[in-house]
Write a protein that binds this ligand. Structure first.
Ligand code: PRP
Length: 213
């Protein structure tokens, strides 16, 4: 008799992770203890052979790349920014937004000048402006990026736009879309090989669940 392999799943803490968990649950990978109100970070359903843990959204790819998690849910923005050595198994079609360039409504670009770009995503920004042969000065921030052009710290920002409300309410406007973003099911490469039956079955059930929802 072969021992059932435990699958470790890294979920991004927050709204997206909770939504993703509900899909796993509906696909037959429930773990009732996860719904208990407490500060625990790890939840296990031994019978189902699954273990969930909550991690900071931008850390999911680190856990998966290094094999601490077999699979995880990560935004395409994080995958593009960090280029982790992992497999992208499925587009979950949730957490949809876009990576865009935004600026003050009256900003007029002068291509002869170095563009000051504030962002949490320096690699995505560099790649984008490189493809346009545009010289830029990256200002790496960790949040509230919208403040940068308002306070004159940068000319533009490269950031996530979901509803556009944050830009609008701060008198900024989106100018160019760099790439569309959504949540992806990702897997560790070694796990994908050695726990292939379990991961493939899980991926199929989850894709089916997404298709029917
Ligand atoms: C993201 C992004 C924008 C906002 C966009 O911020 O950086 O600020 O959401 O959403 P909207 O288009 O629906 O207004 P997040 O909540 O991740 O916080 P932070 O970047 O300021 O840390």
């Amino acid at each position: 008799m072969s021992l059932k392999q435990m699958i470790n799943i890294a979920l991004p803490k927050g709204r997206l992770g909770e939504k993703a968990y509900r899909v796993f649950e509906a696909a037959g990978y429930e773990c009732p203890s996860i719904r208990e109100e407490n500060r625990k970070l790890i939840f296990e359903n031994e019978e189902k052979g699954i273990r969930y843990f909550w991690v900071k959204p931008s850390d999911v790819v680190i856990y998966v790349e290094r094999g601490a998690a077999d699979i995880g849910i990560a935004g395409k923005d994080i995958i593009l920014e960090y280029s982790p050595d992992i497999y992208e198994l499925a587009d979950l079609g949730m957490g949809k937004c876009r990576m865009a360039v935004a600026c003050k409504r009256d900003f007029c670009d002068n291509r002869d000048r170095t563009l000051r770009v504030a962002t949490k995503f320096p690699n995505i920004a560099k790649k984008y402006y490189n493809s346009q042969s545009r010289e830029i000065d990256i200002i790496k921030l960790n949040g509230s990026i919208e403040l940068a052009p308002i306070l004159g710290l940068s000319d533009v920002i490269v950031d996530i736009v979901e509803t556009g409300k944050t830009l609008y309410e701060n008198n900024l406007e989106p100018r160019e879309t760099i790439v569309d973003i959504s949540a992806r099911l990702v897997a560790n490469k070694v796990s994908y090989k050695f726990k292939n039956a379990e991961i493939t079955a899980m991926c199929e059930k989850i894709s089916e669940q997404i298709k029917n929802s």
